[in-house]
Design a protein around this ligand. Structure first.
Ligand code: ZN
Length: 216
């Protein structure tokens, strides 16, 4: 059984890297962000709460995140393992986690703040069908227009310089002490995330001596 935690600021490609690992190592991918998005889309009470907090540029309370992850971990029969994205959030959660689960490692995707800004502020979203675009990596054929449905492209409400600065500050304040806890146990693999998706994936697998990715 393989058990990983993945950390990295928005725009570091964390979700993509976690999915690639989860897919062919058959890990359960527990993403706090995905769970929140599902709740927002399905208009649950949790979703409404999350929407308000995120629109103000803040992170969702540690307690909410902890109860969601505890439920998911408790309800699963772990045959192959998991990769957790978005948890733990604080020192107490990290200590609890280390005591309860014998983890293989923490994948820390490192991206300088300037690069985070460049990537995040280039993101666009089709207002009609919801498809994601990126003015650096995935440009639409016609400026400002969705390739698929012709809808107008917009930025997410929280993808502006001010909200991003708040998130960067929150992220560093929150993550630094956690990384220190994990470093003390020598779990942390800090990976340079400025490289391509394939190169980053390869670096993660090299570090933990994981099998190379199956190609179709
Ligand atoms: Zn569209």
């Amino acid at each position: 059984m393989r058990k990983f935690i993945i950390t990295g600021i928005q725009g570091s490609g964390k979700g993509t890297q976690a999915k690639l690992l989860a897919e062919d190592l058959e890990l359960e991918h527990l993403s706090v962000g995905d769970i929140f998005r599902w709740n927002v889309q399905h208009r649950t009470k949790l979703g409404a709460q999350v929407k308000r907090i995120i629109a103000a540029g803040h992170l969702v309370d540690d307690d909410i995140v902890e109860s969601i992850i505890r439920d998911r971990l408790a309800s699963h029969d772990w045959n192959y393992g998991f990769i957790i994205d978005g948890f733990p959030r604080n020192a107490a959660q990290a200590e609890f986690f280390l005591e309860s689960y014998d983890i293989d490692g923490v994948i820390n995707l490192h991206l300088p703040d300037e690069e985070v800004q460049r990537r995040v502020l280039a993101r666009r979203l089709c207002g009609q069908c919801g498809l994601d675009y990126n003015l650096i990596a995935h440009r639409p054929q016609r400026e400002g227009t969705c390739d698929v449905c012709g809808g107008g492209l917009v930025s997410r409400a929280d993808d502006n310089a001010e909200a991003l600065a708040v998130r960067l500050g929150d992220y560093h304040a929150q993550t630094r002490p956690l990384i220190e806890i994990f470093q003390r146990k020598e779990y942390v693999a800090t990976i340079d995330a400025t490289r391509s998706v394939d190169e980053v994936q390869m670096a993660i697998r090299d570090y933990f001596s994981l099998p190379a990715r199956l190609t179709v």
